[in-house]
Design a binder for this molecule. Structure first.
Ligand SMILES: *Cc1c(COP(=O)(O)O)cnc(C)c1O
Length: 492
């Protein structure tokens, strides 16, 4: 791999000996020497002024692509516009200034917010109980599998140790199942992108803990035989776990509870509009059917007294009877819950349904615009996303990565690359519901131009991106040899 191209004077040294951002007031106490060894003279700190620091970080922030800058079709991530009113609500001092160790009677408003969010999520999923504790989607999965295991054990059914995961599942599904100590068995997809029913049935025996299914799956396809799938697992005494991270395809239209699922998780930071990525806080509530409510992690927010003098109920924290215990300190990520409830209340039932209709419409609109130019192996009506191949037989040497890098020249964030694994050179595209037709048209035009270039002038793809401050990086080196500090210690 060639050297990274740097196109702007980014690496100009800002540090200048003696330059300072802060000036301390003169000491008003006697001066004394610090104990030997306390100060490291060899620590090279940049010597910069306040304005140098501000400009440096502001410039860095401008190198980043965000959903507030342009289209971000990163499949399975739901990078949609997050309404700013969510932020206003999450910053209300009444929410930001409470402490998790305050007595319950002093945080009734926060508990009420959590209670009503639990109730809305029950209604949205069609399930009987909800825990808001898990910190993210994968954490919700782990929690859900622990609940499933506890359920089987409580019935003396101790031989069950197998979780089935389709090959079209999100990558976290096999990972969290394995982390819970289960044996993970992969079930292949059929030619239409559904679970291979015969292969599934062959694994449905008395060692089955359950099935963890992403629906719609990572091809963006709704499982066409979901009722038969659920039935086969239930017939073997197993439970069905639904990965509902990308619920924006189903909101207000279909409910996991009605499909017979036993456990699901939702990603509040995707579907319910909290900015995420880059390690931002998430929230992956778990919802369960009636027979699993007693196993939910503690605590759950409940109405502990209906009839207060002022007519308001009193809320409190309760521990379900056979709870698997805590999975998170304190209450979970409260700020994300504030944003999710704001989003739900502002949209209302009709608005939530419209979210799903628009998410599905946008994905299908783009799919059809691109289907003559890009090969879409499982090309049928999709839900929130679809997966195209980033390769052509008559354009050897061009890969999905080249297409993604070239897209950056048009100001678009690349789609998810190389996932799911069942599509070679995968480009997983999720436009989300918040994009206009104009944006989708512009993206499709860029994708078509790139396809033309792949055939006529592949060099322009191989050398992309051309307009970003940094050219193409060596991804392996960038991941393995991170240089995150001002001073490159490796070069010292
Ligand atoms: C994002 C995602 C997850 C994982 O969620 P995290 O919050 O990143 O842990 C799981 N399943 C699906 C389908 C997802 O899209």
């Amino acid at each position: 791999m060639s050297e990274i191209k740097i196109r702007e004077p980014l690496l100009v040294e800002l540090s200048s000996p003696g330059r300072r951002a802060v000036r301390f007031p003169a000491a008003d106490v006697p001066l004394a020497d610090l104990p030997a060894g306390l100060v490291r003279d060899d620590l090279p700190l940049p010597e910069v002024s306040e304005v140098d620091v501000v400009r440096h970080y502001t410039r860095l922030s401008q190198f980043n692509h965000g959903v507030d800058i342009n289209f971000y079709p990163l499949g399975s991530c739901t990078m949609k516009y997050n309404p700013k009113i969510n932020e206003d609500m999450a910053r209300l001092p009444g929410f930001t200034q409470v402490h998790p160790l305050q007595p319950e009677e002093t945080v009734q408003g926060a508990l009420a917010l959590m209670y009503y969010l639990q109730e809305y999520l029950k209604e949205i999923t069609g399930m009987a109980g909800v825990s808001l504790q898990p910190a993210a989607g994968a954490h919700g999965e782990l929690t859900g599998v622990l609940i499933m295991r506890a359920y089987h054990r409580s019935r003396g059914d101790t031989k069950r140790n197998k979780i089935l995961v389709p090959d079209s599942a999100h990558g976290t599904n096999p990972a969290s199942s394995a982390m819970s100590g289960m044996r993970v068995v992969e079930i292949p997809s059929d030619a239409r992108g559904n679970i291979d029913l015969e292969k599934l049935k062959a694994e449905c025996d008395d060692t089955l803990v359950g099935l963890m299914i992403t629906n719609p799956n990572t091809l963006g396809l709704f499982e066409e035989h979901i009722e038969e799938v659920v039935q086969a697992v239930h017939d073997a005494g197993g439970l069905v776990y639904g990965d509902g991270a990308n619920l924006n395809a189903l909101l207000g239209i279909a409910r996991f509870g009605d499909m017979g699922f036993d456990v699901v998780h939702l990603n509040l930071h995707k579907t319910f509009s909290t900015p995420h990525g880059g390690g931002g806080p998430g929230s992956g509530p778990v919802a369960v059917a009636e027979h699993l409510v007693d196993f939910l992690p503690s605590p759950i927010v409940a109405v502990v007294d209906e009839d207060e003098e002022d007519g308001l109920p009193t809320f409190g924290l309760v521990t379900p009877k056979r709870s698997i215990g805590r999975v998170k300190a304190f209450y979970g990520h409260f700020g994300v819950m504030v944003r999710a409830l704001t989003y739900i209340l502002i949209l209302g039932a009709d608005g939530l349904r419209q979210v799903a209709e628009d998410a599905v419409l946008n994905a299908n609109y783009l799919r059809v615009l691109l289907q003559d130019t890009y090969h879409i192996p499982y090309n049928r009506l999709c839900k929130h996303e679809f997966v195209a191949e980033g390769r052509w037989e008559d354009a050897p040497g061009v890969r999905a990565l080249d297409i993604s890098k070239r897209l950056m020249d048009f100001g678009f964030h690349p789609p998810t690359n190389y996932f799911p694994l069942i599509v070679p050179e995968a480009l997983m595209i999720e436009p989300t519901e918040t994009e206009s037709k104009d944006t989708l048209d512009a993206f499709a035009a860029a994708m078509k131009q790139i396809a033309r270039e792949a055939h006529e002038n592949p060099e322009v793809l191989h050398e992309a991106p051309h307009t970003t401050p940094f050219g193409r990086v060596d991804e392996v080196k960038a991941a393995r040899e991170l240089v995150l500090t001002w001073f490159d210690w490796a070069k010292k």
